[in-house]
Design a protein around this ligand. Structure first.
Ligand code: SF4
Ligand code: SF4
Length: 361
């Protein structure tokens, strides 16, 4: 059934432990369920199986992956040996010069460092720890090294009005690639939705400012801006289609078509401790559940965009409706679109955002 599908990218979540408490973290809410983590030998086997399946890129993430520094170095080395491009997704607070040396020596191709906001006071408040200065130092040190670097910032109601300052920070420290992504309706961000989602005016203002900056910095800095689909007419093509290009291996070994998919409690997700990765990719019920267009209900089934956005996000559909097999309610054509407009109207009407609940183990 799934022979035409080949995974191009693996997200390897080494741990969900993290010293920060971002209220928009996409990690699952029941973090304690993931305390048992795959060991380095199993991760090496997973990388070998991924390479055999045709995976070209590995993104090491978490939680905070550098809380397992030895595993990071060993796995970057294995990825390089197997010809896969490697990316470390980190918040940077443990990225010492020594670890950086070892990672680059092992063949690391790219580092993505996140900041919570451009200025320390708000950034530290969102992170739940005084770490902003350490992150800036890490960004500055990595920018001088022979490795590709991206500065990432998740935008939400509390920091989106400072988006120009995020770009100015990147210019100051010498970063040539910036990724700005609006908080989405899953993980901790879903729990914090009334506190985090920006108003339509904020989103539109930020979009204009980012476009202006991208024009000004053309040729010097690449800026990727992922817009919030709750204010767009159509949803985003989540993961470029369920089980079509991406797979995620969680710290405990379970394999997901999307990093937020653990929230879908109606599916059983297999583990690399029990099944080969190739079997999970090609044969498992979870990967085949929403592959392609055959599963689609109306209005997606007869929609001309069904192979453009693939019916939107399955996790968002599940969290909002209780059924991952429905059209994403973020789509204006969904009969349940009011579930999204009710949230955005509540946000616009509220004089103050709701209180933030920090991510906690
Ligand atoms: S989003 Fe924040 S809390 Fe979640 S893993 Fe990243 S740095 Fe840690
Ligand atoms: S109806 Fe389905 S396929 Fe069409 S735009 Fe909406 S989500 Fe996409």
């Amino acid at each position: 059934m799934s022979a035409p599908y080949r995974p191009l990218s693996l997200l390897a979540e080494l741990t969900y432990r993290c010293n920060l408490q971002c209220p928009y973290c996409y990690n699952p809410l029941d973090l304690r369920a993931y305390r048992r983590e795959l060991d380095a030998a199993t991760w090496c086997r997973v990388l070998d199986e991924a390479a055999d399946l045709g995976v070209l890129q590995v993104h090491f993430s978490g939680g905070e992956p550098t809380l397992r520094p030895e595993e990071c170095v060993a796995l970057v080395r294995r990825a390089r040996e197997r010809g896969m491009y490697s990316n470390l997704i980190t918040q940077g607070t443990f990225l010492t010069d020594d670890l950086l040396d070892r990672l680059l020596d092992a063949g690391l191709d790219h580092i993505q460092i996140s900041v919570q906001a451009p200025h320390a006071e708000l950034a530290d408040q969102i992170a739940g720890a005084r770490v902003h200065q350490r992150k800036i130092e890490a960004l500055t040190r990595v920018a001088r090294r022979p490795v590709a670097l991206t500065l990432n910032c998740v935008l939400h109601r509390h920091n989106i009005d400072q988006v120009e300052d995020v770009i100015a920070l990147a210019e100051r420290v010498g970063v040539r690639r910036v990724e700005l992504a609006n908080a989405q309706l899953y993980g901790w961000a879903y729990r914090n939705r009334l506190a985090l989602l920006p108003t339509r005016e904020q989103v539109e203002r930020a979009r204009d400012r980012v476009r202006e900056a991208a024009r000004r910095l053309a040729g010097r800095m690449e800026i990727t801006h992922v817009l919030a689909d709750y204010y767009e007419p159509y949803p985003k093509p989540c993961m470029n289609g369920w089980g079509q290009m991406f797979l995620t291996v969680a710290p405990d070994g379970r394999v997901f078509p999307c990093p937020a998919a653990a929230a879908i409690t109606t599916l059983r997700f297999e583990s690399v401790t029990e099944k080969p990765l190739a079997w999970i990719w090609h044969e498992s019920e979870s990967f085949n559940a929403y592959r392609g267009v055959g599963w689609m209900p109306e209005p997606c089934r007869s929609c001309e965009r069904r192979e453009v956005d693939w019916g939107g996000c399955r996790c968002q559909a599940f969290l909002l409706t209780g059924d991952a097999g429905l059209t994403d309610p973020a789509c204006s054509k969904s009969p349940l679109h009011a579930l999204v407009t009710r949230i955005t109207e509540a946000i616009t009407a509220a004089p103050q955002p709701a209180e933030l609940i920090p991510r906690r183990m």
